[in-house]
Design a protein around this ligand. Structure first.
Ligand code: SDX
Length: 431
């Protein structure tokens, strides 16, 4: 029985070495290539890290071929049906579903951290009136490290936990304030009588002049969006948080880096980009033109909300949220608007078109979450902010896990140098 290794032979000189295969609890095995350069003088090349494991993690498992997503072993379908965002956040952070007592204690703990320092509220006055809320989130979340010196010792597990709780609790408040200030609306203090999602909706849409009654249809849809977006393994923004943290930077700065990475339209910015795309298409009869553009190799245009680096089957989150999307449009009786007609027609065409089928390009979670948020009249520039709020649970969980991982070191990828070979300086008079 051969050892659990692979042998790499450099055919240029016959040098070879064995490398251990590391087996996961589920999923693909991994070659441990940490000694590759010392053994064979070679590096690996993997732009976009399509085949590279950056860490070991117990938190989230994805099987892109089978369309499986597990949070700490629990199928996303079951959590979407039975759980809520804070319970799911607890699961991601601590590894187990909370008992009733643990759950109540966690809820009351988070509620104690939802307010921000009054000095933080001044920041919002300084931004340009039409600043994108994601730009505000990047700035304000990073600046929290200027306020919480009592919990910045990242070597202290208790400090790490306090910072994680503060980030989870304060994101909705900062998010709502990012919207309110841009519209000249008063910043409302969080209200502990509301649950996490209701509180966000209150701070977003409430008025000091009247009682705010959360819309149960909207709260149900947002609950789903938050659970489905809570974590997703080593995606671009989570990898950004891990890389920033690997140098020992404080958690507020690292989460701010994650927010910045999420903002890109290829990642979390896709939900906003989906609506911009559908509004540009507007008339379903125009769709074939856009589909042809998306296929054209000379055109960088891509259909927003389609495709995924990992899922080469249907994104399980998209399956779940697609049903909620159909229900919501029915509940709100807004089925027949040009935008939603265009969305349905685009989905139909993409699911029948060979180009998309051959490349396993299915509608992803952002396609349907964008439509849901639009149906809820959520401001378009808040779509990715909502994704960032939800993903905070994943970012802080992955950060806490990494800070306890004894194998982790500062992240420092190598490169293939393709620049000039050594050459001597030439005086300007002789050039
Ligand atoms: C998220 O990583 C995560 O887990 C992310 C996320 C999370 O929860 O954190 O799931 C959230 O980011 C979801 C993805 C949201 N992004 C979008 O919807 C933007 C549109 N999608 C594409 O930009 C793209 O599909 C990516 C970025 C999502 C994936 O890119 P890959 O894996 O690098 O895919 P690729 O570029 O190698 O594409 C493979 C082929 C290419 O064609 P060929 O060169 O093989 O001929 O598919 C084509 C691509 O041109 N293609 C598309 C397309 N996506 C890929 N063609 C048209 N429209 C698209 N959307």
């Amino acid at each position: 029985m051969s050892k659990n290794t692979v042998t790499i032979t450099d055919n240029r000189n016959g040098n070879k070495a064995d490398f251990d295969i590391l087996d996961p609890s589920i999923g693909s095995s991994t070659i441990d290539i940490r000694s590759l350069h010392s053994e064979l003088g070679l590096f690996t090349y993997d732009p976009g890290f399509q085949a590279t494991a950056s860490c070991k993690s117990d938190i989230t498992f994805i099987d892109g071929d089978k369309g499986i997503l597990l949070y700490r072993g629990y199928p996303i379908e079951q959590l979407a049906e039975h759980s809520n965002y804070l319970e799911t956040s607890y699961l991601l952070m601590y590894g187990e579903l909370p008992t009733q007592t643990e759950y109540q204690d966690f809820i009351s703990l988070i509620k104690k951290h939802t307010m921000v320092h009054e000095g933080v509220k001044q920041f919002f006055d300084g931004f340009h009136h039409d600043a994108h809320p994601m730009a505000i989130m990047v700035g304000v979340v990073g600046a929290l490290s200027a306020f919480y010196h009592d919990s910045l010792d990242i070597e202290d597990p208790r400090h790490r936990e306090i910072s994680a709780h503060r980030l989870l609790a304060k994101m909705p408040t900062i998010a709502a304030y990012s919207h309110r200030r841009a519209h000249g609306l008063p910043l409302l203090y969080p209200k502990n009588e509301f649950n996490f999602i209701e509180n966000f909706m209150y701070m977003m849409f409430g008025m000091p002049t009247e009682e705010y009654v959360p819309n149960p249809i909207a709260v149900h849809a947002m609950r789903l969006i938050f659970i489905l977006h809570a974590d997703h393994e080593q995606n671009a923004s989570t990898s950004t948080v891990r890389l920033a943290s690997s140098s020992g930077a404080n958690p507020f700065a690292c989460i701010s880096a994650g927010i910045a990475s999420l903002w890109g339209p290829a990642h979390g910015g896709a939900n906003e980009a989906v609506i911009n795309m559908l509004e540009e298409i507007n008339d379903p009869k125009e769709i074939p033109k856009y589909v042809e553009r998306a296929k054209d190799k000379n055109d960088s245009y891509r259909l927003m909300g389609f495709g995924h680096r990992i899922y080469k089957n249907y994104d399980p989150r998209a399956k779940i949220i697609r049903e909620a999307c159909i229900e919501l449009l029915d509940d709100l009786n807004i089925n027949n608007t040009p935008l939603f007609d265009a969305a349905r027609e685009l989905e139909r065409i993409a699911l029948e078109d060979d180009y998309f089928l051959e490349r396993n390009l299915y509608p992803n979670v952002d396609f349907y979450s964008g439509i849901i948020l639009k149906a809820l009249n959520m401001p378009l520039n808040m779509f990715t902010v909502i994704f960032a709020m939800a993903r905070t649970a994943g970012w802080i969980s992955q950060w806490m896990e990494m800070m306890e991982d004894t194998e982790q070191r500062i992240g420092r990828p190598r490169q293939i140098y393709t620049g000039a070979t050594t050459r001597d300086y030439v005086n300007r008079s002789q050039r």
